[in-house]
Design a protein around this ligand. Structure first.
Ligand SMILES: [Zn+2]
Length: 100
């Protein structure tokens, strides 16, 4: 399987390390909502189809990338840097308390 690093280009998947489910939304650090923390820590999606994942190019530039991979075919339809993507920006806004 090939993954395309946005900085290095197509590379064998052996150069990358899976970093986890890219759909998780971390609660605010001071949140007392135990259900939200429980879901963040333990709940994972297991789709048969497109899945949003975080990978690190650990054998290359060490960047974290957000990958949309089909779990049935391993076809990668998107690979973008985590820093600066829409998901990262919304998380940063939430951390800083800014309105969307
Ligand atoms: Zn890279």
């Amino acid at each position: 399987m090939l993954l395309t690093c946005p900085y290095c280009g197509p590379r064998d998947v052996s150069e990358f390390t899976y970093q986890g489910d890219g759909n998780r939304q971390r609660p605010a650090p001071n949140s007392q909502d135990m259900q939200a923390w429980n879901e963040y820590v333990y709940d994972r999606l297991n789709p048969a189809g497109d899945h949003n994942e975080i990978w690190q190019h650990s054998g290359g530039c060490r960047s974290h990338i957000r990958v949309v991979r089909n779990t049935l075919t391993h076809n990668v339809s998107s690979a973008v840097p985590v820093r600066g993507d829409a998901h990262h920006r919304s998380t940063e806004r939430r951390k800083s308390g800014a309105k969307a």
